[in-house]
Design a protein around this ligand. Structure first.
Ligand SMILES: *Cc1c(COP(=O)(O)O)cnc(C)c1O
Length: 366
């Protein structure tokens, strides 16, 4: 690949963030959530950087197979369980733990002939108010008893809708109440907490926590300030280079749509990164890009985006960067520019940007 764009993934940051989870949830075991190619970071990097977790949680049984092929002997949780009955044997062979969130999945497990030979660990999912997946409280207890009778090893699981927002209904508190009432008298380990719960609701952790976004160093709220206290490190650094420089006169406009008009004579740097790389086209003028060697002393500084992001390129304001030249390195997000900031300037959250990193961007694991 000759294009200068590169996503570097720092396994040391993964380890650091995982240690932070251990400190925040010292009594809990940790599922490292690595769905969506480890939030865009690649399964390879997650496997390398997060292998001291107690287990990996993901969606696709083929990715579980890949983990086993790499030699992973720890636990694997299929977060949405099986999608088809015919995956039962493979899931057993791969020694996966299964979420069971609906009656159909429950019937597959009841009818599974291999269950006597090696019963699954089941994470039975309760809909305690989010109304996405899971059994409503009334149906939950019956489901628990049926799976228990079928010989499976059960865990109680639920998911919070608003652990990152104080007052939005349903609150963590109201969902916790439903959860606790429903499982009363049914002895089994619990799994409740995503990143936001680990960060802000330490009374609702359970026996197995399920951090995702915080392992990657980004914020559940979409605001980096909100997680400053947690001292996480960005696992992904997205870099590229300036590939051309334009000299604009006052009144000249940049790129498609001519959104930005030069207020004076100025230089603009053209960076090899566009929306086909996963950079958001919605990024507003002023979205920060960090230029490694641009100021008069040759140190780094922020250069704001000017004009619409196009498919393969974006443009940055070089008025404060007299040293910028073709080949100057820029960081699109990472240590200098939190992905959360780019997301905020683009009307989305860091999750979406990380997951949307395009397959055409080469990934280097460090
Ligand atoms: C994605 C996911 C998580 C992780 O959520 P974060 O907000 O990224 O920490 C936890 N649990 C379930 C069920 C999930 O689907």
């Amino acid at each position: 690949m000759n294009r200068p764009i590169l996503a570097s993934i720092h396994t040391e940051a993964f380890q650091h963030n995982l240690n932070r989870v251990r400190e925040l949830a010292p009594e809990s075991k940790i599922w490292a959530v690595i769905k969506a190619r480890a939030y865009g970071h690649s399964f390879e990097s997650a496997f390398k950087g997060l292998s001291s977790a107690d287990g990996f949680a993901l969606l696709d049984i083929e990715d579980a197979r890949w983990l086993r092929q790499q030699g992973w002997r720890g636990r694997i949780l299929l977060l949405e369980g099986l999608f088809h009955e015919n995956e039962l044997l493979l899931a057993q062979e791969l020694n996966c733990d299964l979420v069971v969130h609906c009656e159909t999945q429950l019937q597959w497990l009841e009818g599974f002939e291999g269950k006597a030979h090696k019963p699954f660990n089941v994470f039975l999912k309760m809909n305690s108010g989010m109304n996405r997946l899971g059994f409503k409280p009334k149906a939950y207890r019956t489901a628990f008893h049926r799976l228990h009778s079928a010989g499976y090893h059960l865990h109680h699981m639920t998911h919070f809708a608003n652990a990152d927002q104080a007052d939005q209904q349903p609150t963590v508190g109201s969902q916790m109440e439903v959860f606790s009432e429903t499982i009363e008298g049914l002895e089994a380990p619990t799994s409740l907490a995503n990143s936001a719960t680990i960060l802000w609701h330490r009374n609702a952790l359970g026996d197995w926590v399920r951090p995702g976004i915080m392992l990657y160093g980004a914020s559940p709220t979409g605001s980096q300030e909100d997680i400053a206290h947690a001292h996480l490190k960005a696992a992904m650094q997205l870099h590229s280079e300036i590939i051309d420089i334009q000299e604009l006169q006052k009144g000249d406009r940049i790129g498609y749509g001519g959104r930005f008009e030069a207020p004076e004579t100025m230089r603009v740097g053209i960076v090899a990164c566009g929306y086909a790389d996963g950079y958001p086209r919605q990024a507003q003028d002023g979205t920060p890009v960090w230029l490694a060697d641009g100021d008069a002393n040759g140190s780094g500084l922020i250069c704001p985006i000017v004009g619409n992001v196009s498919m393969d390129m974006l443009s940055i304001d070089l008025r404060n960067a007299p040293n910028a030249k073709i080949g100057s390195v820029v960081e699109l997000w990472g240590d200098q520019v939190p992905v959360d900031t780019v997301a905020q300037m683009s009307g989305t959250i860091g999750y979406e940007l990380l997951c949307a990193l395009a397959p055409r961007v080469p990934v280097k694991i460090k």
